[in-house]
Design a protein around this ligand. Sequence first.
Ligand code: BGC
Length: 412
Amino acid sequence: MNQPFTLPDGFLWGASTAAHQTEGGNTNSDWWGFEHSGLTQIISEPSGDTCDSYHRWREDMDLLAGLGFTDYRFSVEWARIEPAPGEFSRAALDHYRRMVEGARERGLRPMVTLHHFTNPLWFAQRGGWTADGAVELFVRYAEAVVQALGDGVDHLCTINEPNMLAAMASVRNALMSGALGSDAGVVPQAGMLLPDEATTEALIRAHRAVVDAIKAIVPRLSTGWSIASHVCHPLPGAESVAEEFRRPREDVFLEAARTDDWLGVQAYSRHLIGPDGPLPVPDDAERTLTGWEFYPAALGDALRQTAAAIPGVPLIVTENGIATDDDSRRIAYTTEALAGMAEAMADGVDVRGYFHWTALDNYEWGSFAPTFGLIAVDRKTFARTPKQSAAWLGAIGRDRVLSRALPSPLGA
Ligand code: BGC
């Protein structure tokens, strides 16, 4: 992208978070149980209070709006809303209603995710997604959320990364049986394992059923789900291997979105694929704190690959970012990623918004060490400090222009 690129009218410009990763004290969830199950090879620390955003969400939104963002993607926590089967917490629903209203009051359009990796403990204990009646339970929960919040929300994401969620079911099975190594986090390991088939099937049914149910309540809701893009780059001759790798991990989930209002694209890095499958990150490549290859072109590639897979469905980048403790690498990564997005758009890919992962340094599924945040959070005082990347990225929300220009100093 050599020319400045003006964002189309109405383009969403935001940051993403997830309840379990930021709220703190999500004690009634299966993840909380998982964090305390002694699997120290994969959980190096529990989420605890994380960013205490359950209480400090106003501060988070003040910062994001003040930085220039116009949109905020956050998830609501099923374990809080329905602490026991069929028992809905009016207080929790009111809490999230206040968040939706609070976002609007600050000029942030809320995108609400119903499910971001965590289940209520009781749901997991009755067998999780593959147990009888699981889909119906999720629909009942979704209906309660939409009845309470729906009129304040434009965009609703049913399930975050169902492809990773189904693969996490495989990670857990492998961990329990001792069949899995220990040197990578839950999300990176899930990226490699085959999603559990029965979980895949249940999640697809759940998505379709929830879309129908909530559109019957608030017909104007714009609904979709967000898929993790593997961004496969096959070596010459390995094209069919890459296709086989993608089909159960990505394509089946994209196909389930053909009739949706939009599809969420979540891209971080790429997978090189050789004749025998995925290859390790090349020795000379820069790696991020999650061990992934620093590969900002992943976003443009993901958008193009996704548009080709489900033509006609508008795309929204619902996550893109980098785990680094060097904020200048975050700006460099994001500058290139946005250039790739702009180039894809200039070539006709229909992209309607960009949400950066993530607003705050938060709990990265087992550890606080991989810092993806635009805003640093002091782990003892919870004080928030926006990084230079936050000022730079937020300012684009005001200017509505993407260019390769160097970021202005914080506060300028
Ligand atoms: C998830 C986030 C996660 C991020 C970085 C996505 O897979 O939706 O919850 O923190 O990637 O690993």
